[in-house]
Design a protein around this ligand. Structure first.
Ligand code: NDP
Length: 449
């Protein structure tokens, strides 16, 4: 008989927490999980999944314009936001149920309330119930950062964007990262006038310069306005329900909605970390080792709360590795955080794996860069002057591919396969030896000069 109520108590039922709990239970552990919002977490409830559905919905705007060149005649196009919003939210409900079922079918006990660590092995739930666990896993994720300017409370974040009563005619989005560029594309396709305001002079810092520049150029052609090196000073509500936004350099804009997309902060407050002596790192996230273990031997943390790489598949890997390490019969498993592919679901999307050209030059000295700059066949027939770009970066001496970067329709779909080759250390010669599939965009990968 164990001295504890549970072998594992997980706080947070998002991607990382659900995977860790389900797999730990499958390994034979007695597991409980607490979630104060909805089971599924950011990705499923208010992130990747509903966002991707909005991206699909938004893209019809272009497809409906282009279809005439392909011989299709349709009546006047009209977009109904509540229809898409409600269909997306209904699917989120379905996924929320599916995640709950997964936990229950593995025998994980779910507490739909907030949990706080009140002793080394003790957790107190919002209802007052106290339980003990041999291991504790913190998987509480992150939340949108709010800027410190006056009137910041008048802006929405990605959390609220999925629930809007109506679409704003004019929206200003703060930030130049993933969320800002993805929602700029979505709102713009829906016919909103979008201004993206960034504190620096670079969008999507960390991505290769060539693809970032191409996104900026295409986004401007589509009608998105950009302000760089600009910060917010004040957001004032107006009588008509809109807002007057005052920015640096005496810039002002009247808009219907302000959206903050300026990064996400780990959810570490109110968890009772101090009661167990858990340390934070310099970035304010929970500090963990390669096995996601905190400075306290029986307490682990996975996902965005550790701010290693804030991506769902990374959190899932960390959750799986935790469960296998602590409750499996094999060797301890550490997650490799290098060579993680990623995508920005902008219009068009960007996808990337490995080093940018700049990073590769710094790390390796001499590199070879191969480029393909082309107009996809569909765009040619549609009369759409939108070019795609693919870039491959190789080590000079042996041709090993150290990075691939793309901006193209379906770039994330192509990148998932290409990333396997980069992770496996394949060379440009290996790509060249592979016969192209014609006609595709992906064939550019094996035909680059
Ligand atoms: P990002 O880190 O991508 O971008 C944050 C942006 O806000 C940057 O342009 C940054 O500027 C700027 N910024 C940061 N702090 C401030 C501040 N105090 N005032 C003004 N501007 C500021 O964050 P997002 O919020 O877009 O997304 C959060 C994370 O979620 C991402 O990093 C990503 O890991 C994940 N995500 C992934 C997606 C995907 O996989 N497709 C989609 C959405 C989110 P600067 O460059 O100068 O630092």
């Amino acid at each position: 008989m164990s001295d504890y109520d549970f072998d594992l108590f997980t706080i947070g039922a998002g991607s990382g927490g659900v995977r860790a709990s389900r797999v730990s239970a499958a390994h034979g552990a007695k597991v409980a999980i607490a979630e104060e919002h909805r089971v599924g977490g950011t990705c499923v409830i208010r992130g990747c999944v509903p966002k991707k559905m909005l991206v699909y919905g938004a893209h019809f705007a272009e497809d409906l314009d282009d279809c005439a060149r392909f011989g299709w005649e349709i009546g006047e196009k009209r977009f109904d936001w509540p229809t898409l919003r409600d269909n997306v939210l209904a699917d989120v409900d379905r996924l929320n149920d599916a995640y709950t079922d997964t936990l229950e079918s593995h025998g994980v006990e779910i507490f739909h309330e907030r949990a706080e660590i009140t002793g080394p092995h003790e957790i107190t739930l919002a209802s007052g119930k106290v339980v003990t666990a041999k291991y504790i896993l913190i998987a509480t994720g992150a939340r949108p950062r709010l800027p410190t300017c006056q009137g910041a409370e008048h802006g929405i974040t990605s959390n609220e964007a999925f629930h809007l009563d109506k679409l704003p005619k004019r929206i200003i989005i703060a930030g130049g990262g993933y969320i800002a560029n993805e929602f700029a594309g979505i709102f713009n396709e829906f016919g909103c006038k979008v201004t993206l305001v960034n504190r620096g002079d670079q969008l999507l810092r960390g991505y290769d310069e060539a693809v970032r520049d191409r996104l900026l150029q295409i986004s401007m052609t589509k009608g998105i306005e950009f302000k760089f090196n600009t910060i917010f000073e004040n957001v004032e509500p107006c009588e008509d329900g809109g807002f007057l936004v005052k920015m640096s350099d005496n810039e002002e804009e009247r808009v219907d909605q302000v959206m903050w997309a300026v990064g996400r902060v780990p959810n570490t407050e109110g968890l009772g970390l101090e009661n167990a002596g858990i340390e934070l790192g310099e970035n304010g996230a929970i500090a963990v080792d390669r096995f996601s273990k905190t400075n306290v031997d029986h307490i682990y943390a996975v996902g965005d709360v550790t701010d290693r790489i804030q991506l769902t598949p990374v959190a899932i890997r960390e959750g799986q590795a935790f469960a296998d390490t602590v409750f499996g019969d094999g060797e301890p498993v550490a997650v490799e955080h290098d060579c993680v592919p990623s995508a920005v679901f902008s219009h068009p999307p960007i996808a990337s794996v490995g080093m940018t050209e700049g990073q590769a030059k710094n790390a390796l000295g001499s590199v070879k860069v191969y480029l393909s700059d082309f107009r996809p066949m569909k765009n040619v027939l549609a009369g759409r002057n939108e070019r795609s770009l693919m870039k491959m970066i190789c080590e000079s001496d042996n041709g090993r591919i150290v990075g691939i970067h793309m901006i193209a329709p379906e770039a994330p779909e192509m990148m998932q396969a290409a990333a396997i080759a980069v992770k496996a250390g394949l060379t440009k010669a290996d790509f060249d030896a592979t016969v192209a599939i014609h006609p595709t965009m992906a064939e550019e990968l094996v035909l680059m000069r």
